[in-house]
Design a protein around this ligand. Structure first.
Ligand SMILES: C=C(O[C@@H]1C=C(C(=O)O)C=C[C@H]1O)C(=O)O
Length: 92
């Protein structure tokens, strides 16, 4: 039924938002650690590993790996923007 499917979609959307908020709380901590230790906001090698892992997970789950990669990159771009902000705030 349409209403039932939409109710499931709404639950999943709520879970996604909660998970994303939790992820950003962790990345904010990473951003503060990086600023404290003078590390750059972006880590392309780490991102490469994440993309490979996520593409494989997507394949296993029946999700389009191209979509999974662009979704991750969309999030990581925002994280790097946060890290640049944190670094700016910490600069003397
Ligand atoms: C969170 C980090 O900073 C950046 C953001 C990442 C992410 O959102 O997963 C991964 C690598 C970095 O470019 C990190 O270095 O771990």
């Amino acid at each position: 039924m349409l209403a039932e499917e939409r109710s499931s979609i709404d639950n999943i959307d709520a879970a996604l938002v909660n998970l994303l908020a939790e992820r950003f709380r962790h990345t904010q901590r990473v951003g503060r650690l990086k600023a404290e230790h003078g590390l750059p906001p972006a880590d392309p090698r780490r991102e490469e590993q994440q993309v490979a892992r996520l593409r494989a997970l997507a394949q296993e789950s029946g999700l389009d790996p191209v979509f999974a990669e662009s979704f991750l990159k969309f999030i990581v771009t925002e994280v790097i923007r946060h890290h640049e902000q944190i670094r700016g705030e910490d600069a003397p």
